[in-house]
Write a protein that binds this ligand. Structure first.
Ligand code: ADP
Length: 740
């Protein structure tokens, strides 16, 4: 259904409120008016019909009275002679205006005399009428009125009347042919009173026309019993009086027909046998004249109503506009708002609830547009972030895989495609375990480990693992470092873990190659070096001839260099053993004091040479420790050696060992060159040498601290340091005391 605008609804409402009562009043008045007009017309119709009926009745009664007079002359007991009676009959016939023919019939139905106004009747003309309907009717009922018929263009009908004897028995009958012109005359005259095409006519008890202004109806014996007014009375003669009906007659005229019963009762004084004649007078008045006034009034009220409609509609349009415009403007504002025109404001200024609504609408609109603007700004930022993230994810070399809370893949970047050799569109939506399988050195790592479903940690790294193995779709193995994390908002955006895999296959292969090379080189160098050292020592011992002072010094320097090379090769071997996991530690319960004695004995000379005070103080109550004596000595000795090496002449090196919180802490403090802050985090890595250290001692390997750290950690201990460039350095080793 089409939606009606509020404005239209108001117009319809206001117009109907003013019009409905008007229409009802006008309608009721019109109907009443029409009813009263109809009543008037009915009354008139009845008056006309009854006037006609009265005239006809009088006429008929007169005719019957004449017949009665004649009958009385032929009464068997009547004292006059037959001839006298016949003369009298002739006189009556000639004087009468209407009687055309009179005959007297005896009780056997034989005409005994007959007189005609125009013809001479001979005894041969007399008829036997027994069996005639007229004779039988008179014999039965005492009276007879025949149908109207026309002869020589004039209407006639036959009358009959019984002649009773003194006992009231049937003694004969008198019949008369009566000129019926008076009947059409009466109906024609009265018809003239009503407007054309109105008419008055008379029908008999069967509905056949007896009198009509149009003579042809009578001649044709038209049956009008189909007309409603006639049908009613013919069908129900008992309730036939004063019937009025509106209908369209046989000529197509719309009429109001009123019917009046024309009863002629003839009372036979002697027999007291009544004869009754039932005819009906119908007066038809044209509906146009009956309801003419009503129609004019209707037109008048229609025009009045139209004027009322127009003025009511005008008023309705005006008021509807006033009432609905602010509402429509508000509606317009909401529609504009809906279309996204957030700058739209209403201009309603009415001093009522609608005005208040408009004000609060505008206020809300202000707030809303601000909110939307900030949301749009946020949206822009978010989308920029998103794009940035997409670019980053596409560009970075690390594989990034994100899964939802059910661990189905929702993000799979290009590096992940390269790593797994799978296409993003084939893995999205799949459970992560169907796409990647991770292994450490020993076994597979379950998804519950690297991406647990229920973790108490809502935010941050949930798993990290290095040097793990993963197979791509073609079965090639990769070495990866894996970090898996979650974000706090994950639950609300259906984001489970974000897993980052760094493919370090190349690096680890290179690293291994490097390690293997170092290991092979060191092993290969050891034998010739041992040989060289042995040879040089033999030269020094003088076994091959005594060396002079210059030669001896030269050979000693050579031996020194060989020793340093042996140390370097040993360091390298240690490193490769550490990295291959072959750095075996064999521990035993040992006291630390002898180690320090040996270190002092070995390095004292070196310290003295550079006028460095080497102060070693060992807590005499140190407990024995579960240690690999040689290796720990190597580590401590290396630290003390460094302290002396990187401390300028006349510096100070303090070595302390004491028990602190169930651990033995060994500290080596110097007043040397220190290590720059920027290099602190690389101190324990392989081959690290600070810039100044390189300048001071060109021959360091940068392996000592790396090996020392590994030794300490293999003892379950910790090594640390603090250092300030130009001020000095302190290294600390802490080894837990053995449980007693
Ligand atoms: P090397 O002593 O053979 O260079 P190390 O592994 O023993 O190798 O030491 C690595 C580096 O750490 C040194 O080169 C030096 O730069 C720095 N370093 C170690 N000990 C000290 C110290 N006591 N004072 C200053 N620098 C030091």
């Amino acid at each position: 259904m089409r939606r009606l605008r509020l404005h239209t609804k108001f117009i319809v409402l206001l117009t109907s409120v003013s019009l409905i009562p008007l229409v009802i009043v006008a309608g009721v008045t019109l109907i009443r008016f029409q009813q009263s007009l109809q009543l008037e017309a009915e009354k008139l119709g009845h008056q006309l019909a009854s006037t006609a009926a009265a005239e006809i009745r009088t006429f008929m009664a007169t005719q019957f009275a004449q017949l009665d007079n004649i009958a009385s002359m032929y009464h068997p007991d009547f004292p006059i002679e037959r001839e006298v009676a016949e003369q009298l009959l002739e006189v009556i016939l000639l004087r009468s205006e209407n009687l055309m023919d009179v005959s007297i019939v005896n009780s056997e139905g034989q005409e005994i005399t007959r007189k005609n106004r125009l013809l001479v009747i001979t005894p041969e003309d007399l008829r036997q009428v027994i069996g005639y309907p007229s004779f039988e009717a008179v014999k039965e009922t005492g009276a007879y009125v025949g149908p109207v018929y026309v002869r020589s263009g004039r209407p006639f009908f036959d009358f009959g009347r019984r002649i009773p004897d003194s006992q009231g028995q049937f003694a004969g009958a008198v019949f008369a042919q009566v000129d019926a012109r008076v009947m059409p005359k009466v109906v024609a005259e009265i018809s003239n009173i009503v407007d054309k095409p109105g008419r008055i006519y008379i029908v008999n008890e069967r509905g056949v026309v007896i009198a009509h202004p149009d003579l042809s109806y009578v001649l044709a014996e038209r049956d009008l019993s189909a007309l409603p007014s006639v049908r009613r009375v013919v069908n129900d003669p008992e309730h036939s009086s004063n019937v009025a009906e509106s209908y369209v007659n046989e000529n197509g005229d719309s009429v109001l027909g009123s019917t009046h019963t024309l009863t002629i009762e003839l009372l036979d004084l002697r027999t007291e046998m009544p004869a009754r004649l039932n005819w009906y007078v119908v007066a038809e008045q044209p509906a146009a004249s009956v309801y003419g006034d009503a129609r004019r009034t209707a037109w008048f009220s229609l025009v009045l109503s139209l004027v009322a409609v127009l003025s009511a509609a005008g008023a309705a349009v005006f008021f509807a506009g006033r009432i609905s415009r602010p509402i429509e403007e508000l509606h317009m504002a909401t529609v504009e708002f809906g279309r996204g025109n957030l700058g739209y404001r209403t201009t309603v200024h009415s001093n009522d609830e609608i005005g208040d609504l408009a004000v609060s609408f505008n206020t809300t609109a202000d707030k809303l547009s601000k909110t939307v603007a900030s949301l749009q700004a946020e949206e822009q930022v978010t989308s920029a972030e998103r794009n940035k993230l997409r670019l980053i994810l596409a560009g970075i070399t690390n594989a990034v895989i994100a899964v939802d809370l059910e661990r189905r893949i929702v993000l799979f970047n290009r590096a992940a495609e390269t790593l797994t050799k799978r296409r993003v569109d084939e893995v999205i939506g799949k459970p992560i375990e169907e796409v990647i399988s991770l292994y450490d050195a020993k076994s597979a790592i379950s998804t519950d480990t690297y991406c647990p479903k229920n973790t108490k940690e809502p935010d941050g790294v949930v798993y990290s693992g290095n040097d793990l193995r993963i197979e791509d779709s073609s079965g090639i193995e990769h070495i990866v470092n894996v970090v898996s994390g979650r974000i706090r908002e994950g639950q609300s955006i259906q984001l489970g873990c974000v897993i980052t895999l760094e493919d370090i296959t190349r690096e680890s292969v290179m690293e291994r190659t490097k390690r293997e090379f170092v290991s092979i080189a060191a092993h290969q160098l050891r034998t010739p070096l041992t040989g060289m050292s042995w040879t040089v020592e033999m030269l020094l011992s003088g076994a091959k001839g005594v060396l002079n002072a210059g030669q001896k010094e030269l050979v000693e320097r050579g031996l020194d260099a060989i020793h340093r090379m042996v140390e370097l090769v040993n360091d390298l071997l240690d490193v490769s053993r550490i990295e291959e996991g072959l750095f075996g530690i064999k521990t035993a319960q040992k006291m630390l004091a002898p180690i320090f004695d040996r270190i002092l004995a070995n390095l004292k000379k070196q310290a003295d040479r550079r006028a460095i005070v080497l102060d070693i103080q060992i807590d005499p109550n140190l407990p024995p420790l579960e240690i690999d004596e040689d290796k720990l000595e190597f580590a401590i000795s290396n630290l003390v050696d460094n302290a002396i090496k990187y401390t300028p002449e006349r510096g100070r090196v303090e070595v302390r060992a004491r028990v602190e919180n169930s651990a033995v802490v060994i500290s080596i403090k110097d007043s040397g060159i220190g290590i720059p802050d920027a290099e602190h985090d690389r101190v324990f890595t392989k081959f690290f040498r600070s810039r100044r250290a390189k300048a001071l001692h060109t021959d360091g390997s940068g392996l000592g601290l790396y090996v020392a750290k590994n030794i300490v950690e293999h003892h379950g201990g910790k090594i640390s340091f603090d250092s300030k460039e130009g001020q000095g350095t302190t290294f600390r080793i802490a080894i837990a005391t053995a449980k007693r």
